[in-house]
Design a protein around this ligand. Sequence first.
Ligand code: SF4
Length: 256
Amino acid sequence: MAHEHTPAAGIAEAPAFSSAIDLDTLNGASPEDLLAWAAGFGERAAILTSFQKTGCVMIDMAHRAGLGLRVVTVDTLRLHPETYELMAQIEARYHIAIERFEPDPQRLQRMLDEHGEFLFFDSRPKQEHCCWIRKVEPNDRALRTLDVWITGLRHDQSTHRTGVPKATWVEKGGRRLLKLAPLVAWSEDEVDAYLDRYGVPSNTLYDQGYASIGCMICTTPIRPGEDKRAGRWRWFNQYEGDHKKECGIHVDGSGI
Ligand code: SF4
């Protein structure tokens, strides 16, 4: 993959990873400029996506600009068939190989032996344990390959994400990495308009009322007026409200 690019206007060429990075400049940059700047880090930068709409937009943007950014995902092995289908579509359309980080087989087997396949119904701690085994730990492994973590978080995805900055430092595994959310200020309409304009494929589950897509069973469609992540672990809603709707991947000091 080629990683050379011309630095975007207003953003200095990426230096060797250092505290010289100016967050104010990055926070003022356009999504396209931010992606182009991140591509300067080569293999140490990646779009880390679960193939929500914003991930698809960023993959398309990066492809259009010829950036050659890595595309990385966590495959929990419990994703919807529609999500696997979308991944195949994206690989074919952009001629890329999506890098999949899966649960550690031994840890996964131990969890299944001890608690069964559907432990997430039992209690919040068991759901969090499952999310740690299937999502958080593989995600942490993926992050160890990166200095620049590009996510598709947006402010209006949930009440928990309204304060997410476009660029910020986060601590992971005892070191700092730069977390970028290029589309953080985009509205749902802007995302949809981009997808329509360029004919970018997105998950067909959106047509069935899903607003946020994760694992099967744990993700359900939402009703009008509900928080976009209300469909996650819906069986906890009756006594918890929507105040615990993050699986742990984005609870990292970046504002959520
Ligand atoms: S969303 Fe559900 S199945 Fe997926 S990792 Fe979390 S608890 Fe497990």
